[in-house]
Design a protein around this ligand. Sequence first.
Ligand SMILES: [Zn+2]
Length: 97
Amino acid sequence: MPCNRPDCDGQLIVFAVREDTGRTVPYDAEPVDVDHVGSTGCHVLIEGKAWNPVRLAEHFQVVFELPSIDRAHQLVREYQHHRPHLHLTTNTEGERP
Ligand SMILES: [Zn+2]
């Protein structure tokens, strides 16, 4: 869906529920390329849930019974990472992640 803020000019966003806080926050619909920009500040969106990549790796290690956390991190990188959609100038409504 397009963002309704005029300064965003209809930039596409998606909403997801943060796994840690349970809050619904907007993300840029376009996933980031973690190989180029890294995953810092980004979250992994899976089925409407937004995961901190570190938390997700720990989660994967448990549910998939992975032998190492490194393997879990590799797995996390295969998922799409999205940057939170923030309005830095006039952020009175909406929630910051
Ligand atoms: Zn916006």
